[in-house]
Design a binder for this molecule. Sequence first.
Ligand code: GLN
Length: 196
Amino acid sequence: MKAGVLALQGAFREHAEALDALGVDVVEVRRPQHLSGLDAVFLPGGESTTIDKLLDTSGLRDPLDGALRGGLAAFATCAGLILLATEVVGGRDDRAPLSFLDCTVVRNGYGRQRESFEAALEVDGLAGGPFPGVFIRAPVVSRVGRGVDVLAVHDGAPVLLRRGRIWASSFHPELSGDLRLHQWFLGSIDRERTVA
Ligand code: GLN
């Protein structure tokens, strides 16, 4: 299993460490050629406007968009979710860079007093008890399109979404010290690979 982590800005090292701990071959994706041969790509948290700009300067925007449209599995966290959402409220120009997952997100939507917090999340289908959700200036998901599954909700807002091979969370599983979501996501791809 070979997984890429978009390494333009933000919390990419933490994803790489989590994947490394799971025995996955990790590639830091900085250039279009780093996308070749990947089974999955992780889009990390960070500053979505900065990552958006760096998608252009690195030449990655079109190749990444093409790879996702071609069926590359992805797990997007926080700013990564903002990159994939079809609608962004409070974005630089209210347009999502990759526009791939049908949902609306409100940037920094959890408000000032709760910009960062932790919450125990009940995740549908995840064994082993609640998942420690680490939220850092996270986007609030205010709308989810048809065909997008909601796997966890916090305070009435979806926080973990899945549509086929695309998973996205408004929290940071890579910062929680709990590898179950990375494991589950990778396991689901691996099973598809075995079946295919
Ligand atoms: N607030 C950041 C943004 O809007 C996302 C925060 C994060 O990824 N932890 O880009």
